[in-house]
Write a protein that binds this ligand. Structure first.
Ligand SMILES: [Zn+2]
Length: 245
């Protein structure tokens, strides 16, 4: 059983933390009362994104003040690495361990979750240093529902995208994994980057603002009073409390 006797949990995360979230996602969050969460690069706060080879290059990233404003509305923050490099045994100390100190200093807050950048090939080397770095959880790109006894160092996330890359081309599904989460009493963590009205910036990395709206409407309609809408940091904290009882 989850907090306040809720039967399942819904969270959503936005990798990179683009400033456009304020314009194209925050109003939808406010309308439905869903808290958000941004996974930020420690080296990229309040700047135009400057990461070699990034498909979001040049987009403004949320500033500390904007992140604090979101925090007051229940949003959380995790660390997405220092530079978005693929993580291996050689750079894990810098990308996973040192970056946590940098982002905690920049935001003056504790960052409990590491969010694996690029793809799951970065996961093993991230996991190897996560405990040493002081993280209590890792968010991955394994597309799965989490449960209350889930391995916190391997949290799955569900891609909330307009269309999948080849060879699947799956189209947007506002019900994706929700009934599975209801059956299991589980926890869905959606992820995308920066929703935009009408057309996704990258259809296999994003949804549109309209699809985001449809997703939240569906979560509330099928979830009713049973769903706990929560920032992942809060859910991790709750799970840890439950386990220490
Ligand atoms: Zn990323």
């Amino acid at each position: 059983m989850w907090k306040d006797c809720k039967k399942w949990v819904y969270s959503i995360t936005y990798d990179e933390g683009c400033q456009e979230l304020l314009k194209h996602a925050l109003p939808v969050h406010r309308r439905y009362g869903v808290p958000g969460h941004v996974a930020l690069l420690a080296s990229q706060i309040g700047v135009a994104r400057d990461v070699p080879g990034s498909s979001y290059h040049g987009m403004m990233i949320l500033s500390r003040e904007e992140i604090e404003m979101l925090g007051e509305e229940g949003w959380g923050v995790s660390n997405h690495g220092m530079t978005h490099a693929g993580i291996n045994d050689e750079n894990a100390e810098y990308e996973v361990v040192e970056s946590r100190k940098v982002i905690e200093e920049a935001l003056e807050t504790s960052i409990p979750i590491f969010c694996v950048p690029n793809n799951n090939e970065s996961y093993p080397a991230s996991k190897a240093v996560a405990d040493k770095a002081g993280y209590t959880a890792i968010m991955t790109l394994y597309d799965q529902v989490n449960c209350i006894d889930t391995d916190l160092y391997r949290l799955g996330r569900v891609a909330l995208h307009t269309e999948y890359p080849p060879p699947f081309y799956s189209v947007f599904d506002p019900y994706k994994r929700l009934h599975q989460a209801i059956d299991l009493g589980g926890w869905v963590i959606d992820y995308c980057h920066s929703p935009a009205p009408g057309k996704a910036i990258h259809p296999w990395k994003d949804c549109t603002t309209e699809e985001l709206d449809k997703r939240f409407e569906t979560v509330l309609r099928v979830g009713g009073d049973d769903v706990w809408l929560a920032d992942p940091n809060e859910v991790v904290e709750y799970i840890l409390e439950t386990r220490s009882d």
